[in-house]
Design a protein. Sequence first.
Length: 247
Amino acid sequence: MSPASSLEALVIGAGHAGLAMSKRLTDAGIEHIVLERGEIGETWRAQRWDSFRLNTPNAMNRLPGGPEHARPEEFLGRDAWIAELEAYARTGSLPVRTHANVTAVAAARDGSSSFPPDIPPLAFFAVPMFDLLMMVILVGAAIWYRRRPADHKRLMLLAMINFLPPALARLPLPPAIHALGPLFFFGVPTLLTLLALGYDRSRTGTWNRAFVVGAVLLIASYPIRLMLSGTDVWMRVATWLTTDLPA
C-alpha cells in the first residue's frame, strides 16, 4: 500500500477484536487493512505466560463466522488460542499486515469524513481524546473495585455509555437531528446516565457512591472537552501530538 493509497477503514491490531472487526468489514464489502506491530495475536504471545488459559470458555470465545468448538466448556490455553486466531485469519483471507507499527493516525490532524465540517480537526481532536481519558478512568476504577461487584458493574456501565457519542454521531439520522450537534450526541448519554442513576436509586433505596462519582465525572467531561477544544493550550497540545505525522 503506497502513501497515496486510500482505504475505507483501518483496523489497528490483529488480536481477537481486530480480526472479528476485519471479518465484519470483509462481509460488508468494505475495503480495509489490519495493521499488527508483531504477529497475529502478538499480545497473547508476548504478554502471557506459557501455562496461561483464557478465563472464558470456548462457547463465549467464538469469533464471527468461526466454527463451533467441539468442547464448548473447555478453556483454551495460550498457544491453542493463538493457533485459532491464525487459522481464523487464514481461513477468512483477512487482509492482515504483520510487523507494521502504527505510530499515529493522520485523521487527528487532517480530519476525515466523520469529522464535523465546521470544526477544525485539531480542535475536534479533544473529543475522542477525552473519550479515551474517561475510558481509562472508568475502566481503571472498575478494575480497582473488581472485588466489589456493585461498584464494578456500575462503573463498567458508565464506561460503555462513554462511547455512545461517536456512535450516535455516525447514525444515519435526519439532518435536523445531526444539526443539534453536542446537544444530541452528548445529551443522549447524559440522559441515559441520569436515568440509570435514578433507576438504581429507586431499586436499591440508596445512592451508590462510585456510580454517582463516575456519573458526575462523565457528564462534566462533556462541556469541559468542548470548552477546552477551542483554547490555545489545547491547540498546542494537539499540534505537538501530531507533529511527527507525514504530510
